[in-house]
Ligand binder design. Structure first.
Ligand code: QAP
Ligand code: CO
Length: 168
């Protein structure tokens, strides 16, 4: 396994729309393992392949306290919004380090995806899990959490990220 380099906002590669995975072969399994290692290494709870500059529809998530419940979703899609009542969560992103913002999303969604075994499964995600999966699925569309903020706030974050990069 290996850790991968994470793209940082406003890297334009983060705007790439990911391609569906045609076949869950060894390369996809290896990618998901490397993504999990990269996510754990960065103390993250979710990561999309887009963030490591691989534009395939793969996301990994682990919202457990013990960090021992890895979840790999390949070609994920939201099948249904079960509860259209939105809830606000403080969201972070490994591609926007040091920034946390309150965002509203549906709290309960039904997701369909392929697992690393290539088989389709259905998952009813609620609360934090639901929010993280939606956040990661946005990345696959080239969408980021900063897009939900005001232009002013996004511009401030953009400048901060460029400064942080220059001082490293
Ligand atoms: C998405 O994000 C998420 O700024 C996953 O310095 C997170 O794992 C959705 C991280 C929270 C909803 C709620 C961020 C690590 C990790 C940072 C992450 C940082 C170190 C972010
Ligand atoms: Co993110």
């Amino acid at each position: 396994m290996a850790t991968l380099k994470i793209l940082i906002f406003p890297d334009p590669k983060l705007r790439t729309v990911a391609e569906p995975v045609k076949e869950v072969d060894d390369s996809v399994v290896r990618l998901s393992e490397d993504m999990l290692e990269t996510m754990y290494d960065g103390n993250g709870i979710g990561l999309a392949a887009t963030q490591v500059d691989i534009h395939k529809r793969v996301i990994v998530v682990d919202v457990s306290n013990e960090k021992n419940d890895p979840l790999v979703l390949i070609n994920p899609r939201i099948n249904a919004i079960i509860n259209d009542e939105n809830k606000s969560y403080s969201e972070g992103c490994l591609s926007v380090p040091g920034i946390y913002e309150e965002l509203e999303r549906p709290t309960s969604v039904e997701i369909k995806a392929l697992g690393v075994d290539g088989k389709e499964f259905t998952l009813i995600a609620e609360d934090l899990l639901s929010v993280v999966i939606q956040h990661e699925m946005d990345h696959l569309e080239g969408k980021m959490m900063v897009d939900y903020l005001s232009n002013l706030k996004r511009e401030m974050i953009r400048k901060k990220m460029i400064k942080q990069k220059a001082s490293k």
